[in-house]
Design a binder for this molecule. Structure first.
Ligand code: ADP
Length: 667
């Protein structure tokens, strides 16, 4: 395919070539040196002796190609072949391979064959003329000694390996000063054997210092056994092993690893490819450096230099190379290494190598964990707060409900008690008069005048009861005028009530004395309500006096002008039991009573009414015994019709108080 394309391109090129040459001349570009024409691609075959995938050869192959590419960036074809000489060494095999290449490359002009190692050079010397006719040869991978006995044709050049074995053993003995035994390990392939011979010849001079033992003809398993039980103060030198003593083939890297796996002594090597496979290191030959040199030499030939003009070079391609892990394993300090030594595979711990990654990951994890924890805590707090709020709300609701209930119950209770209290007296009077009327009528000749009087009293009591209810209804209407204020004569109030309760006084056997001031100014207020106050105070006095065995049974009601003339007073001094110490502080509170049948509402109602009138009501025990209640009301001008409600019934003391309307709780 490529050739077809090339032919097509050649046709076009032949027509345009004069123009291109002219253009080159104009812009000063010269044609490639040596007359290399751009019409067809340059073709190179890299021929290895062994499998090109063996790591040393692979390195060499790659560095050759890199150098070729760097020198000829375009129009270059590189083919790679290998002979596999360790596995295919039967007589005549090479001729078969030579014929194979001839056929394979027929029609493709090869410009340069790069031979890697001596067997490749030998092969090309023998079959190159038929396989790749006309190709120049650039050899590599052989040293000067290998050139001996070989005749290089005019078309051959190359780079020589400077193989050195002594420096590695010298290094090993310096780093392991107590060494007494040296074990030399290599394979049995021709390549192995050639170099074993070279190495042993070079190392012979050490035999005076150490015992050198060769493990070169044994099966690999036996070699492994041997190196696993070496005596103390031993070092191993590994050359290479393509084939073992039993004829089994290996890649030298594989063999190296298998030996290193078992060895109980440090292994020193001569090739860089074994550093990293268990070898400590050594003065090692670098395939990379050597391959680059071979590639560069081939580029010169491709560019048109004749091979004969390109001299064969021999430059050292070695360096002191070590594996840090093995140095550590065998107790060799890096400071003991020669200056300029290269140490690979630094034995860094996971932590040292990844500490920033680990620290970063940890920081992220810790931060995330903290955030999650904070969110969790916040969530729990919020939930707890929500729960507490719900409980508090439920509690508050419960309390409000209870409070409303209690408040309503209390208000209803007070209302009921007030009604019962205020109506009990007129109803009792109605009952009494009705009874009296019936008795008069039962008489043979009824006294109709008495009956009429009884009926009149009943009517009066009923009217009074109705008025009481009317006043209470007025008090319940919040915000409306609760009392019809008008000038009221306190003396009249007292006299009226005295008449009303006269029967009660008689029943309680109490003498009522009135001591009323003659010049009493009027007060402003609701006469009916003030009568209720006076009646309550007088009936209470009767109850207090009406005790068994009490001799003095008297109630004195006095009225007078308050000192300074600001008001009028009515004083109710009885000869009763006096106010009990239990209740004296709470006398005016609702439901405070010492009586078995008492409601404890009378004084509470009195206080409410007196408050509404802007007056005061106070109580004290008299030094001579008995209780004295004093009702004080303002005198003078009429106050404006009050919108005051009835102060709360539960308030304790007498005097101007809250203006909360009575019955507000019912609203
Ligand atoms: P009740 O008469 O139903 O008990 P009150 O509010 O009228 O209710 O009176 C409350 C309490 O005040 C009475 O139970 C009584 O102990 C006391 N009290 C009222 N007036 C007198 C008084 N003149 N002498 C002694 N104690 C009194």
């Amino acid at each position: 395919m490529r050739s077809i394309l090339f032919v097509a391109r050649a046709g076009v090129t032949s027509r345009v070539l004069p123009a291109v040459v002219l253009l080159w001349a104009l812009i000063g570009v010269t044609a490639p040196a040596g007359g290399a024409t751009p019409e067809r691609p340059r073709r190179v075959v890299v021929l290895h002796d062994e499998n090109k995938d063996f790591s040393g050869l692979a390195l060499l192959d790659q560095s050759i190609k890199d150098a070729l590419k760097a020198g000829i960036p375009s129009g270059l074809e590189v083919h790679t072949e290998y002979l596999d000489v360790s596995r295919f060494h039967e007589p005549g095999h090479d001729a078969v391979v030579g014929e194979f290449f001839r056929r394979k490359y027929a029609g493709r002009q090869i410009d340069v064959v790069i031979t890697v190692m001596a067997p490749s050079l030998d092969f090309v010397t023998k079959f190159g003329g038929t396989s790749w006719p006309g190709a120049a040869v650039v050899f590599c991978g052989i040293d000067r000694r290998e050139l001996d006995g070989r005749t290089l044709g005019p078309n051959v050049t190359g780079v020589l390996v400077k193989r050195e074995f002594k420096p590695t053993l010298e290094l090993a003995l310096r780093l392991h000063p107590g060494t007494r035994n040296v074990v030399f390990v290599a394979g049995t392939s021709p390549f192995n054997r050639y170099w074993t011979e070279q190495a042993r010849a070079e190392l012979r001079e050490f035999e005076s210092r150490v015992t050198i033992r060769n493990l070169t003809d044994l099966p690999l398993e036996s070699i492994r056994d041997e190196v696993s039980r070496l005596p103390e103060h031993s070092v191993v030198l590994y050359l290479h092993l393509f084939r073992d003593g039993a004829g089994r083939t290996f890649s030298p890297n594989e063999a190296m690893s298998l030996i290193a796996e078992r060895a109980n002594a440090p292994i020193y090597v001569f090739l860089d490819q074994y550093v990293g496979l268990g070898g400590v290191g050594g003065w090692v030959y670098s395939f990379e450096v050597h391959g680059t040199r071979a590639g560069e030499t081939a580029v010169r030939v491709l560019r048109g230099e004749r091979p004969k003009q390109v001299s064969v070079t021999e430059a050292s391609s070695s360096l002191n190379l070590f594996d840090a892990r093995q140095l550590k394993r065998w107790g060799v300090a890096e400071s003991a290494l020669p200056a300029g030594a290269v140490v690979r595979f630094p034995d860094v711990s996971f932590w040292a190598r990844y500490r920033w990654h680990v620290a970063g990951a940890c920081a992220v994890i810790v931060t995330q964990a903290m955030l999650i924890f904070a969110m969790f805590v916040q969530l729990r707090r919020r939930r707890a707060a929500d729960a507490a709020r719900r409980v508090a709300e439920a509690d508050a609701h419960q309390r409000r409900t209870e409070l409303a209930h209690v408040s309503r119950a209390a208000t209803l209770g007070e209302l009921t008690a007030t009604l019962a209290h205020e109506l009990s007296q007129p109803l009792a009077a109605v009952l009494n008069n009705a009874g009296a009327g019936q008795r008069f009528l039962a008489n043979g000749s009824p006294d109709l005048a008495e009956v009429r009087a009884a009926l009149a009293d009943i009517a009066a009591d009923a009217t009074r009861a109705s008025e009481v209810i009317g006043r209470l209804r007025g008090m319940l209407k919040r915000g409306t005028t609760v009392a019809a204020f008008e000038p009221v004569d306190l003396n009249d109030v007292v006299r009226t009530v005295e008449r009303l309760v006269h029967g009660d006084g008689v029943a309680h056997r109490v003498a009522v004395e009135l001591d009323l001031a003659a010049d009493l100014p009027p007060t402003a207020g609701d006469a009916i309500q003030l009568q209720q106050v006076v009646m309550n105070l007088m009936l209470n006095a009767f109850a207090a006096i009406d005790q068994p065995g009490r001799l003095v049974r008297r109630l004195v009601v006095r009225t007078r002008v308050v000192e300074g003339g600001s008001g009028v007073e009515a004083e109710f001094a009885d000869s009763g039991s006096g106010i009990s110490a239990d209740v004296i502080d709470r006398l005016f509170e609702p439901f405070v009573t010492t009586k078995a049948e008492g409601l404890g509402m009378g004084l509470s109602i009195c206080r409410s009414i007196v408050d509404q009138h802007g007056g005061r009501l106070r109580a004290e025990n008299s030094p001579a015994g008995g209780a004295t209640f004093t009702l004080t009301l303002p005198s003078g001008s009429l106050p404006a019709p009050s919108t005051l409600g009835v102060p709360p019934l539960r308030e304790g003391s007498v005097g101007p108080k809250s203006s909360r309307p009575f019955g507000a709780d019912l609203a």
